[in-house]
Ligand binder design. Structure first.
Ligand code: 0O2
Length: 254
């Protein structure tokens, strides 16, 4: 029997699919705003920029269907939603490993964010050497007639991890997933080197921060010394300046 396409049914399906994908686009917009706010605030507090760049992508329908097929799920929108939690994806590239955990904590502690899954491929790299921190989050998206709890995957990694993953991805697809043995070994070696580089950069970063803090403390000490408050023989009790009490603890009692 010839299958007749009901144009109304087709139109409704198109609307439903568009709205389904729109929720993921809005999830990316919402998450990008959250990340930008954290980036600016972090920059203000720590006086450096922890986020090198942020990329986002919506998974292609082809890639969604491949995953559904691989997982053996049915093709309903509900099944897609529950089984493909990375339709919306954001990748944050950081300067240092400690920034990755700090940013992930800041994201996870937000009231409207639920962490559904947390995969730490930094502490436990994949056998091929892949490293990254993956968070599957659920965030509310407010549509005109409903609130849609939407999944979004956030991958957080360093520049070195990102460099490695981009090249590995290219090689993987170039060889159609049949990567020659020597390349697999070299990639593993490169992943170890990338991890060593990250650790060395982190140590240097700490050292520089400590030097900076020490010189700032020294500067304020010099400033106080220059004031020579002792020699001025001031009556600190009557002045009762809280700022002096803070800098000369115990002075008030003598
Ligand atoms: P794309 O192009 O990013 O969409 P699950 O989602 O839990 O059912 P999955 O997909 O194995 O299972 O989850 P996992 O391990 O958290 O990986 C998800 C994503 O991480 C991948 O998405 C890649 O982006 C990235 N990734 C994971 N392993 C590797 C790896 O070995 N090399 C590289 N370069 N990237 C990796 P997609 O859907 O595969 O691709």
């Amino acid at each position: 029997m010839e299958h007749v396409i009901d144009m109304n049914e087709l139109k409704n399906l198109k609307i439903e699919l568009t709205r389904f994908m729109m929720a993921y686009k809005f999830a990316i917009d919402e998450m990008s705003t959250k990340i930008n706010i954290l980036k600016d605030e972090f920059n203000y507090i720590h006086e450096y920029n922890p986020i090198e760049h942020v990329n986002s992508r919506l998974k292609s329908p082809e890639s969604i269907f491949k995953k559904i097929y691989r997982k053996g799920c049915d093709f309903s929108l509900e099944a897609i939603k529950e089984n493909v939690k990375d339709i919306a994806g954001i990748r944050i590239t950081c300067s240092f490993i400690s920034d990755i955990y700090e940013i992930s904590k800041m994201i996870a502690s937000q009231k409207d964010v639920t962490v559904v899954d947390y995969k730490d491929y930094i502490k436990n790299p994949k056998p091929n050497g892949y490293q990254s921190l993956h968070l599957i989050l659920q965030i509310p998206i407010f549509m005109s007639d409903r609130e849609e709890l939407t999944y979004i995957e956030v991958q957080i990694r360093t520049i070195a991890m990102d460099f490695w993953a981009s090249l590995e991805h290219k090689i993987y697809y170039k060889y159609n997933k049949e990567v020659p043995h020597h390349m697999v070994d070299e990639l593993k070696e490169a992943a170890i080197m990338a991890s060593q580089l990250d650790k060395k950069m982190e140590r240097l970063h700490h050292e520089i921060s400590e030097i900076k803090q020490a010189s700032q403390a020294n500067e304020s000490h010099v400033l106080l010394k220059d004031l020579q408050l002792d020699k001025l023989n001031l009556d600190l009790e009557s002045l009762s300046l809280p700022i002096i009490e803070r800098f000369l603890p115990g002075k008030k009692d003598k």
